[in-house]
Design a binder for this molecule. Sequence first.
Ligand SMILES: Nc1ncnc2c1ncn2[C@@H]1O[C@H](COP(=O)(O)OP(=O)(O)OP(=O)(O)O)[C@@H](O)[C@H]1O
Ligand SMILES: [Mg+2]
Length: 503
Amino acid sequence: MEAEAAHAPDDCLLEARHISKRFPGVTALDDVSLRVSRGTVHALVGENGAGKSTLMKIIAGIVTADAGELRLNGRTLQLDSPRAALASGIAMIHQELNLLPSMSVAENIWIGREPVNAFQMIRHRELHRRTTALLARLHIDLDPGAQVGSLPVASRQMVEIARALSHESRLLIMDEPTSALGEHDAAHLFAIIRELKAQGKAVLYITHRMDELWAIADEVTVLRDGRCIGTDRPGNLTREQIIRMMVGRELARAHPYERSAPGRVLLAAEALALPPHFHDVSFELRAGEILGIAGLIGAGRSKLAEALFGVTPATSGHILIDGRRIEVDSPGTALARGLAFLTEDRKETGCFLTLDVLDNLEMAVLTRDFVRFGFVRGGAVSGACADISERLRVKTRGLREPIAHLSGGNQQKVLLGRWLLTGPRVLILDEPTRGIDVAAKAEIHNLIGQLAAQGAAVLMISSELPEILGMSHRIMVMRDGRVTGMLERTEADPERVMTLAAG
Ligand SMILES: Nc1ncnc2c1ncn2[C@@H]1O[C@H](COP(=O)(O)OP(=O)(O)OP(=O)(O)O)[C@@H](O)[C@H]1O
Ligand SMILES: [Mg+2]
């Protein structure tokens, strides 16, 4: 099917040969070779920290390899900057979004390439026209004038995609482009990718979503600990085989599920509203319960979570904690009441990139009443941090390593660990396993399940249906800011959830 591309497999566009790269104390890439053919999608998979992003950054001219060579169309390629890569027809969509929040969609896409008049002034109408044309061609429904900072993460991802495509490149590198997208937007991206293939372009595609390999990739290369384990057509491999290549061992069942008897109501919402984001949201969340929130991007789920935690308070309705109406007007109030919140966008609201792993882990614990959780000595804190970082398999040279040096998925694990350390009574999770590899995902699902079994109440937003269906005791579905259904675990299946989510 997909694998039968119009181009022969030896129609090689880019070749990476014997690439090696060391950072102080770690070998990120060790003698990795890779060939990408025109008109094909070449997927790259591997555990968090396997070296995927590093390899892509080398091909995009952002990082320089210690050894090895790149060849484009059979000729050696010397890249000393992203600009040089772009000039050679190589564009990259980054794992961490690289947009300027205060600028518009149009400005972000054409930054540095704006149409100017004779006086070097930006021709705004032309900028707008170009953007409209580009977005229309890609069937992306966004206002060119919208400020990027006001857009949900999925829309920002679409802006990144549009920007990379605006360069008319021959090779597009996509680093986990769907990690912030729901099924609907992911399908849209796949349609764009198929069109690129038909035009003879090549795509290098990183993902942690295994199903995507068979949906979109012609070839897949597996990296483990910076080494290339193998390359093949997805059709020749099973999911289990690929995972074994990635992790080098068998994995336990992905979604552990233990039903503990739900306790008393810890968190409730009564007709909560924050127009235009969400309206009339009511629910009860009990101790020991995992309530999943499903919905398409823009359904208002993240805004609801932010309101519950006091980031952007609701404008009407009530929040009840332990049965009492509480005005949650700031995250401080929420934190003091035992709530914890893992946000969707780790770069903007989660990570303190200038600090090290330990500081990032400790942060939330230290701002709370410490003794309550049985920690009395400072040493105990770092002990607990070391413990959680080991359980989550955070790949780091030590707790004193700057978090900016960790791979994307490992940063996410640290953020989750931070909240787990506070021993929250109510844990609000927005896309908790975004960018997390399959092995670590199972571990995180385990931890969330354990936390619930110990009496915590968990509210989990996820765009991955298997995660929602596998983990939740009940599922609340939202559409256009309203609750369209509340399903018991036993009555939930993908079709029902999607019908309620999409209308
Ligand atoms: N600037 C840096 N300084 C030090 N170490 C780094 C730097 N960038 C990456 N590393 C290390 O190199 C290794 C590979 O990281 P990389 O980001 O390529 O992983 P990845 O496969 O993309 O993982 P993920 O799935 O989590 O995104 C990791 O051990 C990481 O900590
Ligand atoms: Mg990465």
